[in-house]
Design a protein around this ligand. Structure first.
Ligand code: 1BN
Ligand code: ZN
Length: 329
C-alpha cells in the first residue's frame, strides 16, 4: 500500500506541481474509502452518499511527503547532539530559518533565557506563521533540541529529529495553499530537562511561549494545538496521551481511521508530560502525538536507522488533514 521505494526515488523538494502527488494519493484514498465502505455499509444509497462525501472532501493532506520529512530529519541529526545553546543547536536553528525563508510565511524569532538547574541558558523558539483571515488560530508544535548527555553522542533521531523533520515538511505543505485560520508551526527549544525531568526543569520553550501568547492575545485565538514528539519510529504506535483534550484527540483519531491509518493510532494510552501541557494548563485544547514505546529512548542508539519515512508520512498526513478539518470547524 505504501510505495516507499517509489517515493524515495523522487526529489521531495521539487514543487508539488511537478509531480502532482495529490492525484495519485487522492485516487489511493478513494480506493481505500470505497473498499472500506463496501465492507462496512450494507445499503447501496448509503455507499453512494458516503462515496460522494469522500470525493467532495479536499484531500490536500495527501501532499505530505514522508521522504521529504525524513530528509529534513537526516539534516537535523547531521548537526550532531543539539542541546540548547550548543553550537549544533544554533546551526540547526540557522538551517530551520533557511528552510522557512524559502516559504511564503512570516518567520518569528522567540529568544528567551531558560532558568535551568545549571544556570541561565539562552534558548530560541522558531515560529512560522501562515496567516489566515478567520481571526482564529491553530498551532502545530514540536521540539528541535536534544537532551544533554555530557560525554555521550546522543543525536536524538526520533527524539528531537523526527519532530523537526515533520514540522519542516508540514510548513512546506501549508505554504502551498491559502489558510483559513492563522496556522503556527512552532519549533520549541528546551523541551528536554537539563537534569532530571521536573515541572521547573523541562519544556522551557513551550512554557515561555504559552505565557507570551497569553499576554499578547494569541492564546485566546487558538482553537487547537497539536504537538508531535517521537513520531519517526519504524514500528509506529501513537499512544493516547491521557491529559490531552478528548474532542481534539477524537478528531485526529477519526481522521487517521478515515485515511486508513487506524492501526498506527493506538486504543491504549498513558499520561505523558510534554510541550502541549503549558498550553493545556492555560485552557487551549491541546493534544500530544507521541509514540513512547521506543527502546532507544534517550540512548545513543536513537539513530536514523530506527526511523522511517513511512511513519513520518502517516503522522504528517494525519496532522495536515486534521489541520484542514479544524479550519473548517
Ligand atoms: C519526550 C521525549 N519527553 C522527553 N523526551 C517527555 C517525557 C518526559 C516523556 C518524561 C516521558 C517521561
Ligand atoms: Zn527526550
Amino acid at each position: 500500500m505504501f510505495g516507499a521505494q517509489v517515493w524515495l526515488k523522487k526529489d521531495p523538494r521539487r514543487s508539488v506541481i511537478d509531480y502532482l502527488p495529490g492525484r495519485d494519493r487522492r485516487k489511493r484514498f478513494f480506493r481505500q474509502s470505497t473498499a472500506r465502505l463496501e465492507h462496512q455499509h450494507g445499503t447501496r444509497w448509503r455507499r453512494w452518499a458516503l462515496a460522494l462525501i469522500a470525493i467532495a472532501t479536499p484531500l490536500t493532506a495527501a501532499d505530505f511527503s514522508g521522504a521529504s520529512a525524513f530528509k529534513y530529519t537526516q539534516a537535523a541529526v547531521g548537526f550532531g547532539p543539539r542541546p540548547s545553546w550548543s553550537t549544533a543547536n544554533r546551526q540547526l536553528q540557522a538551517y530551520i530559518r533557511a528552510q522557512l525563508r524559502m516559504l511564503k510565511c512570516e518567520l518569528i524569532e522567540d529568544p528567551f533565557v531558560g532558568k535551568t538547574p545549571k544556570g541561565d541558558v539562552p534558548m530560541t523558539n522558531i515560529i512560522a506563521k501562515f496567516p489566515g483571515k478567520s481571526g482564529h488560530a491553530i498551532a502545530v508544535t514540536g521540539h528541535f533540541d536534544t537532551k544533554l548527555f555530557p560525554g555521550r553522542k546522543f543525536v536524538g533521531a526520533n527524539d528531537g529529529g523526527s519532530s523537526t523533520g515533520l514540522l519542516l515538511e508540514l510548513a512546506r505543505d501549508l505554504s502551498a495553499t491559502p489558510r483559513v485560520d492563522d496556522v503556527y508551526i512552532v519549533f520549541f527549544d528546551g523541551e528536554e530537562a537539563v537534569g532530571d525531568w521536573s515541572e521547573t526543569d523541562s519544556v522551557y520553550g513551550s512554557r515561555h511561549l504559552a505565557y507570551k501568547w497569553k499576554a499578547g492575545g494569541t492564546l485566546a485565538k487558538l482553537k487547537a494545538l497539536i504537538n508531535v514528539d517521537m513520531i519517526g519510529d519504524k514500528s509506529l504506535g501513537v499512544l493516547i496521551e491521557e491529559n490531552s483534550t478528548y474532542s481534539l484527540r477524537k478528531l485526529v483519531w477519526d481522521t487517521a481511521s478515515e485515511l486508513g491509518y487506524k492501526a498506527y493510532f493506538l486504543e491504549t494510552g498513558e499520561k505523558v508530560d510534554d510541550d502541549h501541557m503549558p498550553f493545556l494548563k492555560l485552557g487551549v485544547p491541546s493534544l500530544d502525538l507521541i509514540d513512547f514505546d521506543y527502546d532507544p529512548w534517550h540512548k545513543d542508539s536513537d539513530t536514523m536507522d530506527k526511523s522511517s519515512p513511512k511513519s513520518l508520512e502517516i503522522v504528517g498526513t494525519v496532522v495536515l488533514e486534521s489541520v484542514h478539518r479544524i479550519e473548517r470547524q
